[in-house]
Design a protein around this ligand. Structure first.
Ligand code: AMP
Length: 484
């Protein structure tokens, strides 16, 4: 099962729980576009609605009206190879000996294969390919009494990255893995005097803004938050580990208006652009030079790059917001169709200019190559490429959807070779030290203190230093770790 990019949202103690979850999922749609689901509780039983497609397409007003109660959890999911089936759509909801439980998962379990083999040997029958199902089987087998204790018991056997939301008839339970690899935030909605606040938990606080909730704090690595009729309590059931927040959330994945670990993702991306301009200046100076982002994700870094380099920032590529993922790969004659459908050149700001294109990352290199050609065809005199992260050389096994190592262009090519492949006049990536220093500086400013240690981040996709080791069978069978 490939790792999945996902977003999760949950609310407890609000009369409009399902409607607010629907809105929360809208704000998290960038984290997964393939399927969506909500499970709600009216205190007696769970009600589920899940389907393939965007949030807007999955839920009609009658679908939402059929999700009663004051608690709900929801999930948006993106997955490629092998996982695009309705049976894998989350939240997963089951009845077991002690009642009903639903779970929404963002992340990926690294010992999933072994867990599944052990559970199957003990008689478990799996219904989906999702690693999340192993957690549900472990919960059902736990000898502990309450749901929170059963979940903690199950998760002690699990390794990997997980931000999880559980819903039972009466409780919502949120858990973040002991390294805090994937984000998870806590918020509240005040409901007036004498009424208890509603508690909300989500992958990113952008969903709180939409529903008028206030951000309280990040869920801490290794923390479990239990919300029921009597309010909220927090426990730390796992052995403490070093924090390893995913750097790629800052580089690309999270929305720029999100605040993670108290830092503004937008500010981080601008800082990456400033540092990139220092590390990788454009040969030939700034005369006639324009900095253009690959929209949308390259915009804040391009602003930072322009600010530090002294060159003009221009929107030289315009993005259509009406195109989703392109499924068609047309024949040779119209091969650039895919990117052209999404991006078009803004000729007046490009023609006759020396252009720096700023993007956040290169995966296979195909997009960059098409963009370089598009900008040159629009009349640019020179086309330089600057990337606001280090070369992506290693697949992520902790919840970001990346291809196998052999498909990552930076795993098999030098930076110069990549520059030649994409036909850039010059190419430059941000260093890993530059990336970490930039994220730290923004976090330090946000917290007004020393900030996290330089080792507090997961940068496996850039360095190959995986925060969680893999069992050999996991590498071979399901995770397809190719090469070194
Ligand atoms: P590629 O053509 O494979 O080099 O794709 C590079 C583009 O994909 C960049 O513009 C990135 O913003 C974007 N990107 C980076 N990581 C991912 C990811 N995990 N999933 C989807 N798009 C990504």
């Amino acid at each position: 099962m490939k790792p999945r990019m996902c977003g999760i949202f949950g609310i407890h103690g609000h009369a409009e729980a399902a409607n607010l979850t629907y809105l929360g999922l809208h704000a998290l749609q960038h984290r997964g576009q393939e399927s969506a689901g909500i499970v709600a509780s009216d205190g007696e039983r769970l009600y589920a609605h899940r389907a393939m497609g965007l949030v807007q397409a999955v839920f009609s007003p009658p679908d939402l009206a059929a999700l009663p109660g004051s608690a709900a959890i929801g999930h948006v999911r993106y997955s490629t190879a092998g996982g695009s089936h309705l049976k894998n759509v989350q939240p997963l909801a089951v009845d077991y000996a002690r009642g009903s439980i639903a779970v929404a998962h963002n992340g990926n379990l690294t010992n999933h294969t072994q867990l599944r083999e052990q559970l199957e040997a003990r008689g478990s029958i799996f219904q989906s390919a999702a690693d999340t199902e192993a957690i549900v089987h472990l919960i059902a087998m736990s000898m502990q009494r309450g749901a929170a204790e059963q979940i903690a018991d199950a998760l002690k056997q699990v390794e990997g990255a997980y931000s999880l939301l559980f819903l039972t008839e009466r409780e919502m339970i949120a858990v973040r893995d002991p390294m805090g690899i994937r984000p998870l935030v806590l918020g509240r909605i005040d409901q007036g005097e004498g009424v208890a606040p509603a508690w909300v938990v989500a992958s990113e606080p952008v969903s709180f803004d939409l529903i008028g909730a206030e951000l309280v704090r990040d869920v801490e690595p290794g923390e479990m938050i239990i919300v029921d009729e009597s309010g909220l309590r927090s426990v730390k059931p796992f052995a403490q580990k070093e924090r390893k927040m995913c750097l790629f959330e800052y580089v690309y994945f999270a929305r720029p208006d999100a605040r993670l670990e108290q830092s503004s993702v937008y500010e981080v991306r601008k800082a990456l652009g400033r540092r990139l301009a220092e590390e990788q200046p454009i040969p030939g100076g700034t005369d006639d030079l324009v900095v253009i982002p690959v929209p949308d994700s390259g915009v804040p870094a391009a602003i930072g790059f322009a600010e530090r380099s002294g060159a003009a920032f221009e929107m030289g590529l315009i993005r259509s917001h009406y195109v989703g993922r392109t499924f068609i790969e047309p024949q040779q004659s119209i091969r650039h169709f895919g990117v052209r459908l999404k991006l078009s050149p803004n000729r007046p700001v490009i023609a006759g200019k020396r252009v720096v294109v700023v993007d956040d990352s290169i995966v296979r290199g195909t997009t960059s190559r098409k963009i370089m050609k598009m900008v040159r065809d629009a009349g640019a005199r020179e086309v330089h490429l600057r990337i606001s992260s280090p070369p992506t050389q290693w697949p992520c096994f902790y919840g970001i959807d990346t291809p196998t190592r052999s498909e990552l262009i930076a795993a098999t090519h030098t930076v110069d070779e990549i520059g030649r492949y994409v036909t850039a006049d010059s190419i430059g990536y941000l260093s890993l030290e530059g990336l970490i220093a930039s994220v730290r500086s923004v976090e330090r400013r946000a917290t007004g203190g020393e900030g996290p240690a330089p080792t507090s981040y997961c940068h496996a996709c850039f360095s190959g230093e995986y925060a969680i080791p893999f069992a050999p069978s996991a590498q071979g069978r399901h995770l397809r770790l190719v090469g070194g």
